[in-house]
Design a protein around this ligand. Structure first.
Ligand SMILES: Cc1cc2nc3c(=O)[nH]c(=O)nc-3n(C[C@H](O)[C@H](O)[C@H](O)COP(=O)(O)O)c2cc1C
Length: 279
């Protein structure tokens, strides 16, 4: 159990309220609309542009690079070449979700399973574990979260908390990300020299998986946001869905049809965050 559970959950809640305030920002919505309409109209050879960041059964061929024409707007730029980087730029936090998925539940599962299988891990240790819940099970997850929070959130804050949980429940499904601590412990035993690194590397491979699934869903028009109600909900989740004791919950990616667009996003100047050498 990690000690920061309460602050983590509260932080998560407060992040949502901050970003929700910008959901209706017209400039953001306009940028995103421009981006998605440009994406739809791209002449990308035999590729469906919504399928560029996907798995072997959906590989594209003959992707024609497109010239960049709107270099000042990263969101608009994201539509111009059809590369993985462009799709990474299109992935955003979407809080306005509904149950109308633009792709099938089978396709969601295909994305999740392919990502789970192909994400790299230290020593190929494969510590990532995933539970995907749809429909009534998704609703149950957020009912559980609501019950847990109601017991600890001050009464005067309950209304806004309940609203946020309702917005997650309004989605179509949730991907729950776990680390198998049995794998981490075995790696620590087998490779004692790196013992203190394995928990970090397990967290890093899980982060890669979270990001890949989030981006792949976004590339197919699915909205999603990332939540952290662990470890508050761990025991009830484990009990409800028969999760092994060694699986430690790390994050919840809520997804669904989009009813809103992403908020404005600031970017630190590259000079502050990037160095180059040797060229
Ligand atoms: C490691 C990590 C943890 C995050 N945790 C939360 C969270 O608990 N609740 C939430 O609403 N958003 C969470 N986010 C989403 C970030 O707030 C969001 O990605 C960031 O503001 C950038 O916005 P974008 O996703 O639209 O690019 C998290 C993101 C990352 C990478």
């Amino acid at each position: 159990m990690r000690p920061h559970f309460f602050t983590s959950a509260v932080w998560s809640l407060s992040r949502l309220s901050t970003t929700s305030a910008t959901l209706t920002s017209s400039s953001s919505a306009t940028a995103l609309l421009r981006a998605s309409s440009a994406l739809r109209s791209l002449p990308l050879g035999t590729c469906n542009p919504q399928r560029l960041f996907v798995t072997s059964s959906h590989q594209c061929s003959a992707v024609k690079p497109q010239p960049r024409t709107a270099a000042s707007n990263p969101t608009t730029m994201a539509t111009k070449t059809g590369t993985i980087i462009d799709l990474i730029k299109l992935r955003r936090t979407i809080y306005g979700l509904n149950k109308e998925l633009p792709i099938s539940t089978d396709r969601v599962q295909e994305i999740v399973k392919d990502a789970l299988r192909h994400i790299p891990s230290s020593f190929n240790s494969q510590s990532n574990r995933v539970l995907v819940v749809f429909g009534a099970d998704h609703d149950k997850l957020w009912d559980i979260t609501s019950d847990v929070l109601k017991a600890i959130v001050p009464a005067e804050q309950w209304e806004s908390t309940a609203g946020r949980i309702a917005s997650f429940k309004a989605g179509a499904g949730t991907v729950l990300f776990f680390e198998d601590q049995a794998v981490v412990k075995k790696m620590q035993t087998d490779f004692a020299l790196y013992s203190d690194r394995f928990p970090v590397w397990a967290s890093q491979t899980d982060a890669m998986l979270q990001f890949t699934i989030w981006t792949a869903l976004s590339a197919e028009g699915v909205g999603a946001n990332l939540q952290h109600y662990n470890p508050l909900i761990d025991a009830k989740v484990a009990n409800e869905w028969g999760i092994p004791e060694t699986w430690q919950l790390n994050a919840q990616l809520v997804f669904g049809g989009k009813t809103g667009e992403a908020g404005e996003k600031d970017f630190k100047p590259l000079e502050e965050i990037y160095k180059i050498a040797g060229v």
